[in-house]
Design a protein around this ligand. Sequence first.
Ligand SMILES: [Zn+2]
Length: 425
Amino acid sequence: MGGDVERKSVSPAHAAVDSVATQTQIAEEIDATAHEATDEPKPATATVDVAPHNDERLEAAPSTDDGTTAAATVGEPEANRSVASIRSKVGDDDDSPVLVLAHRKWFRHVMVPRERVEQVAHRYGVTVEDLRTWNGLSGQTQRMRLGSRLRVFTARVPPHREKTAYTVAEGDTWWSVALRHGVDGRDIRAYNYPSRGKMTPGSRLQIWVDPIVHAWITEGGDPLPDDEAFALRRGGLSVGRPDAGWLVNGVRLPKGAGYHLRLPKSAYGSSHAVEQIMIGLTLFRLVSENPHDLELGAMSRARGGELGGHRSHQSGRDLDIRLPRRDGVPSWVELTRRRIDWLTTWHLVQAMLHADATAIFLDYAAQKQLHRAAKAAGVDRKELRRVLQYPDGRSAAGIVRHSPGHEKHMHIRVGCGPYEVECAE
Ligand SMILES: [Zn+2]
């Protein structure tokens, strides 16, 4: 590979997006195999043009904990990630469209408008603290000047946001344009300041999109493809951690048979989390004979962030469900240990684990009841051990984990979806 960098740009499948300008933002040294991996299948629409980027040189690589990396100073960049490579990844069976290298290397990230330091850390799967240290940033720095460069030492290489131009169509709103691009509507307004009033059809907007998210939203039909099974909208994105994150274009849990939303204003989640919850609820209906509707409590607010009375529930991946009560117990009485249907609770846990629940928080005392009921129903010991902490203590391994205050409801946490580039476990 020579010093020249291949720049690839793609005419997006989405007709409404008329140009995607790729930016050389990562200066990198990607080993041959990884480079080949990104180049594998190219969409038919891909065009390749060549542009030199001799200025892309990383000055000095800071030394790191393992000490081996100081030598990994980046010289000439050898590869540039592009929409083309991402699109090819998105089409793969492979779960994540993010490139993961065998070893960590130094990369340079160029800040795009409205991007926060925290988001950059999540993007590369590094801690915010490390990112600050590598770049000499104080804890106060949230955003940086457009075009500022950050050094990142990582094996996780997502693409950067890219500038797209969008021509406003009849009937568009800030909201609809935001959904179409997987971007927060407030960001779109900010990108296009001062033209933030009513949109005029035919006018052009600049939007910074995440190529992975954008491809995911637009790869189906126009304008917003539905989830096949549950008719859910794509583009609801979890950003950051459940206890320090937010939600972009949150999707509300739909109404459905067998459950009801107690807090519809706090029933928003990422597309992935809502889809997984729906899968769990559907499985639950198939396996249980629960005579009552399940009562779903808080998930997240439409835009995530802090939710009164909860430490987590910030990023659209947490859901509280009241433990199912026995037949004949009215909904208005206080839920006590004896009034809870523990076998049905076990079925609910199992259904959620078949969906992408990465953890279920439930008080240890409640786990004991669950253990007893499941054992009586013939669940084998190995399975009980895999799922529950009981009887090995509240710090034992188990997908169901002790958490104080979860005696009458369980708290389900869904993992990050494959297209949620800035979602952090
Ligand atoms: Zn909760």
